[in-house]
Design a binder for this molecule. Structure first.
Ligand code: XMP
Length: 216
């Protein structure tokens, strides 16, 4: 996926009105938007379709899909039919559940991002212990896209080493959760930024300063 300026906007707002407004303010700098449960539950899967139509951007659906294979298939099909270019899938559920999403992605000509380890502190209790195995499973399955945390650079580096330099890693946790974009991009291909942009008085300015910080 070609991510302009290596920044993905996490559009975790509750209304289409504010989603459109914020995306509009940064659309000169950002071509990839992550839509998760907040917007999709508030406004439906149609939110994916509308954002894609309005901004002609990449849409990554952050549904952290984590069910049995049959249900994962249905979730992935619905997500791709709504227009998402990629869906984020949990790895801890095992290879059969992930495979179901990969098959759906292949049928639709779309992508899967495999979630290895999460960015929040609580993830250290359970997910940290298995995240390297999850990344290794992804490699065995031929997966090329991964999610790994910007808040734990040592973990991000470990996961990069496992998935290799040919893989594409997107990394949440920059800004509000404390992660730094430039440091994260030593190991990741793009950063995911939510609150620092969509809660800002001037989202465009925040995006510009992240871009400047990356170039330093
Ligand atoms: P903030 O507001 O913290 O938003 O900049 C971060 C965005 O990323 C999501 N998030 C994650 N998604 N794996 C994921 O797939 C993670 O480890 C992770 N951590 C944060 C979060 O839901 C929000 O949309």
């Amino acid at each position: 996926m070609e991510v302009k300026n290596k920044i993905i906007l996490a559009l975790d707002v509750n209304t289409m009105e504010s989603a459109m407004k914020i995306a509009g303010k940064v659309s000169d700098y950002i071509n990839t938007i992550k839509i998760g449960y907040p917007l999709a539950l508030a406004e439906g899967l149609e939110s994916i379709t509308q954002i894609k139509e309005e901004f002609d951007c990449n849409v990554i659906a952050d549904f952290k899909v984590a069910d049995i294979p049959e249900t994962n298939s249905k979730i992935a099909d619905l997500t791709f039919n709504a227009g998402a270019d990629a869906v984020i899938v949990h790895g801890f559920v095992g290879n059969d559940s992930v495979e179901a999403c990969l098959e759906s992605a292949e049928d639709h000509g779309k992508d899967v991002f495999l979630l290895t380890e999460m960015s929040h502190p609580g993830a250290s209790r359970f997910l940290k212990g298995v995240s390297e195995d999850i990344a290794a499973m992804g490699v065995e399955m031929g997966i090329k896209n991964y999610v790994a945390p910007a808040t734990k650079l040592d973990r991000l580096e470990k996961i990069r080493n496992i998935v290799g330099n040919d893989s594409f890693i997107i990394s949440p946790g920059v800004g509000a959760q404390g992660g730094d974009a430039a440091k994260t991009l030593r190991f990741a291909d793009a950063v995911i930024v939510g609150r620092s942009i969509y809660l800002a008085e001037d989202p465009e300015n925040v995006v510009k300063s992240i871009i400047d910080g990356i170039k330093l």
